[in-house]
Design a protein around this ligand. Sequence first.
Ligand code: 3SL
Ligand code: MG
Length: 237
Amino acid sequence: MKIDIIISADDIKPQKVQDKTVLVIDMLRATSVITTAAANGCKEVIPLLTIEEAMELVRENREQYILGGERKALKIEGFDCSNSPLEYSSEVVRDKTIVLTTTNGTRAIKGSEGASDILIGAMINAEAAARRINQLNKDVVIVNAGTYNEFSIDDFICSGYIIDCLINMTHVELMDISKTAHYIYKNNEDIFSFIKLASHYKRIKELGLDEDLKYCCQKSIIDIVPEYKNGKIELYN
Ligand code: 3SL
Ligand code: MG
């Protein structure tokens, strides 16, 4: 199994993801939100690119939906939840459809269409994601959402951790980029300390969201892998 990495949502090329297993990572914070909401029993998550599309989708039967997401890391006016995973408790999300729009994460998910399977990964479900990748047994592309179209340290170190989980499960073929992510992880296994170097860490810290940072840096605390198919994210496996 070959493991490649794409460094931002903007760098996705259709031919690179076509018919592969894709694992989308936006550990700060969209894929941590999705994983948490799925673990807490939401019905499904519908990722959308724009606020307008999200508003339009929930216009009728508003009470059936949770509108979630962010712009500039802040809650969107008229939305129910921000992009903090801590808001997606079972009391809030159980049996609900979450309509989510975020700056980078939802773009990375939708940009991966064309892959044979699109899995949602973060630090918090890394081991489960590696298990699912191993089960699918195809070449894998780890799509890092990145931050504002740029490479992002947080998603890259998370990729390194997931690669480490995979190495412990099966034989993998690493390309230079996946080797580098793994090397960086092995030399910085304390994720919380390492991601202090990330520019997005600074933004979240500025907003006083320390609890989000701590939560998103935990390793493999959730044992499920949401999957994106036909416009929706659900627990298919
Ligand atoms: O860009 C995204 O999708 C978000 O996860 C970014 S933020 O952490 O909510 O700012
Ligand atoms: Mg991010």
